[in-house]
Design a protein around this ligand. Sequence first.
Ligand code: PEP
Length: 251
Amino acid sequence: MAKRKPVVAGNWKMNTSKEEANQLSTEIISQVNNAQAEVLLFPPFVYLSELGQKQNDYVAIGAQNFHPETKGAFTGEISLSMLESIGIRYVLIGHSERRTIFNESDDFLAKKVDRALLSNFSPVFCCGEPLSVRETGNPMEFVNNQLTDSLFHLQADQAQRLILAYEPIWAIGTGLTASPQQAQEMHASIRQHLAKKWGEQTAHSIRILYGGSVKPANAKELFSQPDVDGGLVGGASLKADSFMEIIKAAE
Ligand code: PEP
């Protein structure tokens, strides 16, 4: 079966000034080349239009959020057709901060996935367990349920268009990282779960990124695990040097 091309995505969250966003994206885009991982940058909304114009074959710009309805009375929200009109084709869905701070449910996330696929966007769908489940529960079952509830209504050809990101909540922004063994164990379990639904070939083709305090110092070992196909990076994606080191670790 074909080798999966790694993906390294930077989630800038609610960070960077306009000048910083411009400088950071320029520094990254000027250094990434064909031999490396596919690179995705998720800056804040207000910079998407400007940064979208800098996209090339190796670096794409994506949106951290959108609303699944096409238009109407949704004050403060952004639709996919608006994003499409400024050249954006990637969206994050199901980040734990959207799930917990903004109460996005599995059902709502399923609607976002449907709308993204229907509109020909590439969704990066996040999943991951809280610390309480890691310590005393069944993290694999927890993550499998998240995937089942928001994705298992899809057909195999739709599922193939997803990128998944496993992000244990206890490792996001905390400096704690899943060990390479913990990450591999979860990624293999996710792939097995996907295979039960859509078959081995589809499961094999879907990229599963690891996220949660990925840094230049731990990226290589995490990305060298057989089922880890790159990373979704928060804090360390805000400095071009550290993000470039992480991109190089995925080669
Ligand atoms: C994230 O925001 O998806 C993330 C993984 O953040 P950090 O790398 O800072 O833990």
